[in-house]
Design a binder for this molecule. Structure first.
Ligand SMILES: [Zn+2]
Length: 257
């Protein structure tokens, strides 16, 4: 059930209600209920990238023949935590993907270079990561994506093709922007909630229970909890004979144009 199907269905129900209201008595609560359900479905669809409600995101690759998963980190580079994440990944021989905020990349270009040099992949995570990103016009989203791409091209020489929507929010404007910029939208199948006040044990359990090859894990290299969870996660992976690879390898797509 996608955005347009739901809206077409809602229109049919709406006109049905109007017609029924014309010939008989329709209680007001029925209209309220109708609007409430529509708003609820739209909100769930917009906040759950996995549902592909507005457009298709790449959320996993369960068809992979390799014993691989992908760990992804959002919101960096961060001068305090990204170097720690990199050194843990190196210790365990794991490769990951970092979805970088343009504003942060501009401030810490040397960390961006280190990420690339150590064999990880980078992607675009908007320029400002504004709380209002979900309300931006298609033009504004396009401008943010292009600006971040050009900053990272300057630093690394690479033209990024991967994009992760801030907060995993999707809507018709972001869909339009992605059509302009031709980025792949990368989602996840395992959300850690590592930036909430959940305990480290709970965060680890969320990502490791039912973990299977082809999964994409969402973490943030901007929080202290992630550091503790990452080490435990990598130990769990090795006991399951699973290896973390950059998301472009897992999905068999190109990370750079
Ligand atoms: Zn983010």
């Amino acid at each position: 059930m996608r955005f347009y199907t739901i809206n077409a269905l809602a229109l049919v129900v709406f006109f049905g209600l109007m017609l029924a209201g014309f010939f008989g008595d329709i209680p007001a609560w029925l209209y309220v209920l109708f609007v409430f359900i529509w708003v609820l479905i739209t909100a769930i669809g917009s906040f759950q990238i996995k549902l592909n409600y507005h457009f298709q995101s790449l959320n996993h690759n369960y068809k992979t023949s390799e014993n691989c998963i992908s760990i992804t980190f959002d919101d960096g580079p961060n001068p305090e935590f990204t170097p720690k994440v990199l050194s843990i990944l190196k210790e365990y021989g794991a490769k990951a993907t970092f979805f970088l905020i343009g504003e942060n990349a501009e401030r810490y270009p040397e960390i961006v270079r280190q990420i690339i040099e150590e064999g990880h992949t980078i992607g675009n995570h908007s320029y400002s990561h504004s709380k209002n990103f979900g309300f931006f016009s298609a033009e504004k989203v396009t401008a943010e994506l292009k600006k971040t791409n050009s900053i990272l091209k300057e630093i690394t020489g690479e033209d990024l093709k991967l994009f992760r929507p801030p907060f995993g929010v999707t809507n018709p404007n972001i869909k339009k922007a992605l059509k302009n910029t031709e980025h792949f939208s990368i989602g996840w199948s395992k959300r850690s909630l590592d930036t909430t006040n959940l305990s480290e044990e709970k965060i680890l359990k969320r990502i490791t229970s039912n973990l299977k090859k082809g999964d994409i894990i969402l973490l943030h290299d901007s929080s202290v909890k992630t550091i503790a969870v990452l080490e435990q996660l990598l130990l769990t992976l090795s006991s399951h004979k699973l290896q973390s690879v950059p998301v472009d390898r897992l999905l068999e797509i190109e990370a750079y144009a």
